[in-house]
Design a binder for this molecule. Structure first.
Ligand SMILES: NC(=O)c1ccc[n+]([C@@H]2O[C@H](COP(=O)([O-])OP(=O)(O)OC[C@H]3O[C@@H](n4cnc5c(N)ncnc54)[C@H](OP(=O)(O)O)[C@@H]3O)[C@@H](O)[C@H]2O)c1
Length: 249
């Protein structure tokens, strides 16, 4: 659903972004505000970033409401969406952006860290989708944020919990797309490779070696891909790598 739709209809559409206070989630939330959505920003602890985001959204003439929660806590997610139901009354778009990456060698990865990653990255996305779908009009959209190179199951010595969570998220994406198609609700995934704000971004020479397009991805690259999927009424169940060819070979 686009801003144009929102302006033509009686009520502006609502977008929920998880991990929406900082970094990629913040950029996607601002893109949605510019497209006419009322923004619900779900965050965990970045209160100062929320305050500056609220100011930025207001400067754009938009609406924002921020709710703090642990997305891995299913009762907290239920409470947050009950609040959204009471105040906004609907969810037109859900962006599942939380994706914690804490690389540890597989032999050192303790069960608590495993549970935390799977809880936030995969179960949290499911909890949010479960509640969002109950508030979503026909024609709504879910976009999950993955990682590049998910075609074929990937192995990792350093981040197995992350890789498993993203592989599971792709399966969740396709399964929800299958189930929700008859309602005109589309569920897709956008998968970055190396973004220019990555915590362990390689140097320019390595980026040129590893990425056919020769550079890291930008927030604008990601915004464009998510916007495309929101506007593509016949596209569902796809994973769109926004990665400059990273992990193609
Ligand atoms: N950056 C990259 O190069 C790259 C590459 C491939 C894929 N990705 C994917 O792109 C997405 C965004 O990446 P990013 O680097 O911008 O994200 P990030 O900085 O790692 O995390 C985004 C936000 O998620 C929130 N969060 C984490 N755990 C949470 C929890 N349990 N409950 C609620 N909120 C929680 C945090 O909120 P608070 O700050 O409020 O605590 C954080 O600001 C992720 O899915 C990631 O896997 C990124």
């Amino acid at each position: 659903m686009t801003a144009e739709h929102g302006q033509a209809g009686a009520v502006a559409p609502v977008a929920v972004v998880t991990g929406g206070a900082r970094r990629l989630g913040r950029h996607l939330g601002l893109m949605l505000v510019r497209r006419g959505y009322r923004l619900v920003c779900l965050y965990r602890s970045s209160r100062a970033d929320v305050a500056s985001l609220e100011a930025e959204v207001k400067a754009l003439g938009g609406h924002i409401r921020a709710l703090a929660l642990d997305i891995a806590d299913r009762d907290a997610v239920a409470r947050a969406f009950a609040e959204v139901a009471g105040v906004e009354g609907r969810v037109d778009v859900l962006i599942n952006n939380v994706g914690n990456y804490n690389p540890q060698p597989i032999q050192a990865l303790d069960p608590e860290a495993w549970d935390a990653t799977l809880g936030a990255n995969l179960s949290g996305a499911y909890y949010a989708a479960y509640h969002a779908l109950r508030l979503m009009p026909d024609g709504g959209s879910i976009v999950n944020i993955g990682m590049a190179g998910l075609e074929g199951t990937r192995a990792s010595r350093l981040a197995v919990d992350y890789y498993v969570s993203k592989t599971g998220l792709l399966s969740l994406t396709r399964s929800l797309a299958l189930a929700c198609g008859p309602r005109g609700i589309r569920v897709n995934m956008v998968s970055p490779g190396q973004l220019d704000n990555s915590v362990d971004l390689p140097g320019p020479e390595q980026l040129k070696r590893e990425i056919p397009i020769g550079r890291a991805g930008t927030m604008a690259d990601m915004e464009g891909a998510v916007a495309y999927l929101l506007d593509a009424p016949y596209v569902t169940g796809v994973n769109l790598d926004v990665a400059g060819g990273y992990r193609l070979g």
